[in-house]
Ligand binder design. Structure first.
Ligand code: AMP
Length: 303
């Protein structure tokens, strides 16, 4: 299905009300790629520094991810992020962020990746997102994610990016920051006015809202009881969503986007059951199918 992603690959330290995980594998591209790989092969482009421990590479090989575009850059340091979740396990603060290699050039895209049709620009410096995008002028579907840091520090680059993509995925607070609108529908309309054909606004434990030129969709989150670490929920949602879209020929009809959002919701609901990629490494297709059926039954309100 030739799905390619760039984004952050990092070392995270996570604090939650029920425990801590120091120096674990994280990064938007890693969570995205792991989730999307349940739907087909994923190509990853990104860099870590020469301090990246071999130990953290293990999960890369567990999933169906082509790592030919991943560089361990000598003389550079790996992206690091430390976050703390509040008691509600939904809101979080960033305690520290060290961009390091994320602020440098993107590694070259391998020749074997040049036929990629589906691009996901996971949350990272918009300069890196644009650098990948510019190499795929004929891509069939391009979707990007972003966050508050980039809206605050790189608004011009982000605005350029928005004019070149098909879809944008972001949190409700980020949609507000980007557009100045507090109402989710008005924020979605303001994003569409910046260029994308559709926008998915994520609302954490309250689900996700899609605004598309042909209508809107609102889906709840899967009601999760045992939340251990919400990190990567947004990225794995994006991975499941884009994995489904790539596996279905890039069909962005309202109905297919709704199914894609449901796929993203289900894979994200597993991801939050353990720190880092722990839970995604344990599950397989039957687990996803089972929870998808349960979620679909829950949404069925009759005709
Ligand atoms: P999510 O919980 O889906 O928003 O994603 C969390 C992941 O995003 C963590 O693994 C972090 O390493 C990564 N992350 C945090 N801040 C940034 C940033 N400014 N740019 C790129 N990735 C980030």
């Amino acid at each position: 299905m030739s799905l390619i992603v760039t984004g952050s690959i990092g070392i995270d330290t996570i604090h939650t009300p029920i425990g801590q995980a120091p120096d674990v594998l994280g990064g938007s591209a890693i969570y995205f790629a792991a989730a999307a790989s349940f739907y087909g092969p994923v190509r990853l482009v990104g860099a870590v520094g020469d301090d990246f421990p071999d130990e953290l590479e293990k999960p890369f090989h567990h999933f169906n991810i082509d790592l030919a575009g991943m560089e361990k850059r000598q003389g550079s340091k790996t992206f690091r992020w430390t976050g703390k979740y509040l008691d509600n396990m939904n809101d979080r603060e960033t305690l520290s962020v060290d961009l390091n290699v994320l602020a440098e050039d993107l590694p070259p895209v391998p020749a074997a990746f040049k036929d990629s049709q589906y691009l996901f620009l996971a949350n990272t410096h918009p300069g890196g997102q644009l650098a990948l995008l510019e190499q795929f002028p004929a891509a069939k579907l391009v979707v990007a994610d972003t966050m508050d840091l980039w809206i605050q520090t790189e608004k011009d680059l982000l605005t350029t990016l928005l004019g070149k993509i098909d879809g944008l995925v972001l949190n409700d607070s980020e949609a507000h920051l980007l557009t100045g609108e507090t109402n989710i529908v008005k924020a979605g309309e303001a994003v569409l006015a910046m260029g994308p054909k559709f926008v998915v606004i994520k609302k954490g434990e309250h689900g996700a809202f899609l605004l598309h030129q042909h209508g809107a969709v609102a889906l709840p989150a899967y009601p999760a009881k045992d939340v251990v670490d919400p990190t990567g929920a947004g990225d794995t949602f994006g991975g499941g969503m884009m994995g489904h879209l790539a596996a279905t020929g890039g069909n962005t009809s309202l109905g297919n986007l709704k199914k894609a959002m449901a796929a993203g919701t289900v894979v994200a609901s597993y991801n939050i059951e353990a720190f880092s990629l722990g839970r995604l490494m344990e599950i397989g297709q039957p687990d996803l199918d089972m929870r998808f059926a349960e979620y679909a039954a829950m949404l069925d309100v009759g005709a």
